[in-house]
Design a binder for this molecule. Structure first.
Ligand code: P6P
Length: 340
């Protein structure tokens, strides 16, 4: 897709704001700050192998996972970039157990920011694509004081903006303001450090040839999912066999699904009924984007964006991608005679 020269991320955001007379410019300011943080994180990610930034901090995050230095760099970078614009009342990150309050002297805003600072970080040492995921809501708690956990546990359909940055063969910033607003991708031109519009109004194909999930977990899968994958392997799409593709980095796998079509799955299974991926700062933003591009995202039954989070780090199964592909796996799941 040709880059629209000089349609930079800031210009696109500001022009988008003009289309909405009611816009206060706050969301534009937030997106501009996120673009800056993305550039700084991209710089570190792209020199990780050189800057001795690899390897473990020796710390563990709230989930008992070893934390790589780059995780913490991205986490701290996002907080530093976003905690002084007066836009937010509260934040939450995969890297922190509890909600994150703004510094005491900072002006409190009306927005809420949830993020996964560096998703797929176990792939860093192998130089495999990783990503940042963000989700923005308006506060729901009363008053204009610090935000609360309630502000961070909203259903995904209430998001104002969602997006991700994929640090891959190039760095791409993708965001949407939801249904009717389109999904836009901006590729970082390192020559002059700007994100240029490279994917204008992304629409996901209604069906695709690629299925993406960790087949190492096959024997724990629900029966309906086993039947579905076997069905794909025994059939063709547009005269060609289906293809299995799995990076093991959600942002990379969903980004490919968004552009090429098909389905990404992280199911609940016999060992982990709720799967692995987090509802609030991974599945909700990615589902908001895929739905805005014309796709579908459920937990096998319920729409992801309708699920009410009960805990900050709650997990959910996710079936996300082309509408026809997600509907078909839901059919297999509902018609299976046994659970496993
Ligand atoms: P598995 C990366 O660790 C991650 O959180 C997601 O980015 C990715 O989709 C998933 O886990 C991969 O998990 O169990 O297949 O290694």
């Amino acid at each position: 897709m040709a880059t629209t020269r000089f349609m930079t991320l800031p210009r696109h955001i500001i022009e988008g704001e003009k289309l909405h007379p009611e816009a206060t410019g706050e969301l534009s300011g937030i997106l501009l700050q996120l673009g800056l943080a993305a550039k700084l994180i991209s710089l570190e990610v792209n020199k990780a192998g050189l800057a001795n930034i690899l390897g473990f901090t020796g710390d563990e995050n709230v989930h008992g996972e070893k934390v790589k230095k780059l995780d913490m760099f991205a986490h701290e970078m996002l907080i530093k970039a976003m905690d002084h614009g007066g836009h937010f009342c509260v934040m939450a990150s995969e890297e922190e157990e509890d909600i994150i309050h703004l510094p005491p002297h900072q002006k409190i805003g009306k927005y809420v920011l949830l993020f996964d600072p560096l998703d797929g970080s176990s792939n860093i040492d192998a130089n495999i694509s990783i990503g940042t995921i963000f989700s923005i809501y308006k506060r729901v708690s009363e008053g204009d004081g610090p935000g609360t956990l309630e502000d961070c546990l909203q259903q995904g359909y209430k998001q104002e903006v969602a997006g991700y940055i994929l640090y891959g063969s190039s760095t791409i910033f993708v965001y949407t303001a939801g249904h009717g607003h389109g999904v836009y991708g901006f590729t970082l031109d390192p020559a002059f450090g700007e994100f240029l519009l490279s994917h204008d109004d992304i629409k996901i194909p209604k069906q695709g040839r690629i299925y993406s999930l960790n087949e190492g977990n096959y024997f724990s899968w629900p029966k309906g999912l086993k039947d579905y994958i076997k069905y794909l392997q025994a059939n063709y799409f547009e005269g060609k066999p289906y293809q299995a593709r799995y990076v093991g980095s959600m942002v990379a796998d969903v980004h490919r699904t968004l552009l090429y079509g098909g389905i990404f799955i992280y199911p609940g299974d016999r060992r982990n009924a709720k799967g692995k991926l987090r509802l609030s700062y991974e599945c909700n933003p990615m589902s908001f984007i895929v739905e805005a591009a014309g796709g579908r995202a459920t937990d096998g039954k319920e729409r992801i964006l309708d699920k009410k989070p009960e805990a900050l780090h709650e997990r959910t199964p996710i079936y996300i991608g082309s509408e026809k592909d997600v509907l078909l796996v839901e059919k297999f799941l509902s018609e299976a005679r046994e659970a496993y």
